[in-house]
Design a binder for this molecule. Sequence first.
Ligand SMILES: Cc1cc2nc3c(=O)[nH]c(=O)nc-3n(C[C@H](O)[C@H](O)[C@H](O)COP(=O)(O)O)c2cc1C
Length: 196
Amino acid sequence: MEILVLYYSRNGSVAKMAQLIARGIEEVDGVTARLRTVPSVSPVCTAVEDDIPAQGPPYVSLDDLQQCQGLALGSPTRFGNMAAPLKYFIDTTSALWLSGALSGKPAAVFTSTSTLHGGQESTLLSMMLPLLHHGMLLLGIPYSEADLVTTTSGGTPYGASHMAGTDSDQPISQEEKRLCLSLGTRLATTASQLRL
Ligand SMILES: Cc1cc2nc3c(=O)[nH]c(=O)nc-3n(C[C@H](O)[C@H](O)[C@H](O)COP(=O)(O)O)c2cc1C
């Protein structure tokens, strides 16, 4: 069983969160994480990127979404919303929407911001909207996770989050880290239970 961890990251914060969520996923027996990213979008429509990114995981394909039994979707917060490259890819998934390929699969979302009140919740909630259209089953983080109560940076009931600071140099706090891990584990456990 594989869970797709699909993210966009320009400065590395969301990439670090993706790795923690993948580790949490792989805590569950028989479940592996498939890490994928998306290319940047260019204002010049004809510009193309190499098929293989210079670093990090491969670019996602529609087959990745089809083949995986769950999805963790991560994006930097941009003006309180997900980043354009991720939305651009999501807007190519109409065929999967028509066939219902993602319907009934569990999903979770994660984000990073530079500031504490810069829109983590609005980004997480708006990232859920296309996934709900696809019929996915959205998971959050329950308040039984003590870190949700004590965190002074990221971590929300709507998904995992990180406050990276205005120079993107704040390390992922212990609370943020544990919440990423537990969200990944929760997603993988749910996917396993749904397959039983
Ligand atoms: C165009 C743009 C818009 C942004 N909008 C917000 C915002 O609304 N709130 C916020 O706190 N940070 C905002 N940021 C900062 C990023 O969310 C933050 O640096 C994030 O940690 C980047 O993740 P990454 O390191 O994975 O690229 C914005 C950054 C850019 C480039």
